[in-house]
Write a protein that binds this ligand. Structure first.
Ligand SMILES: [Zn+2]
Length: 150
């Protein structure tokens, strides 16, 4: 077997610098995780926060189980339950992760793409610097719903 070193191409995703509000969003997600952290039976190990376009923030922690949910799902579910439909920025956190930031999993990328295709996601870039990116850049050639009109 021949092993080859994988060379990553330079990422060309458009990035945006974090604002003070973004740092506060990260802090909120880390705080909700700290309050609810449980790596036992109820596996709450990720904190999420979503900021709506009106400035309201909703929080969530992941819920483990057969069909567990990521913190992003719980946070956006809380926002939607409260009647929110316009989303600005989302973040997932873990206190041991680089800069406290976790990128969304593939399932969450598709969910965010469906619910809020213009939302921005806070994560680390390829150099480990916290940035914001457009969710559409995290899911190129994404599945989209086909709407059939009569
Ligand atoms: Zn996820």
């Amino acid at each position: 077997m021949i092993w080859q070193l994988q060379v990553l191409e330079e990422i060309t995703t458009k990035t945006y610098p974090l604002t003070q509000s973004d740092h506060e969003l990260i802090a909120s997600a880390l705080e909700v995780l700290e309050k609810n952290f449980d790596d036992g039976v109820y596996n709450h190990t990720v904190g999420g926060a979503i900021r709506c376009k009106n400035g309201n923030i909703y929080l969530g922690v992941n819920c483990d189980g057969i069909h567990g949910s990521c913190a992003e799902y719980i946070a956006i579910g809380a926002a939607i339950t409260a009647g929110e439909r316009e989303f600005d920025t989302i973040v997932a956190t873990h206190d041991k992760a680089l800069n406290g930031l976790l990128p969304p999993c593939g399932n969450c990328r598709q969910m965010l793409f469906n619910y809020c295709p213009d939302v921005k996601v806070i994560l680390n870039d390829e150099h480990g610097t916290p940035v914001k990116v457009d969710v559409q850049d995290l899911l190129p050639l994404a599945y989209t719903r086909i709407i059939v009109s009569e």
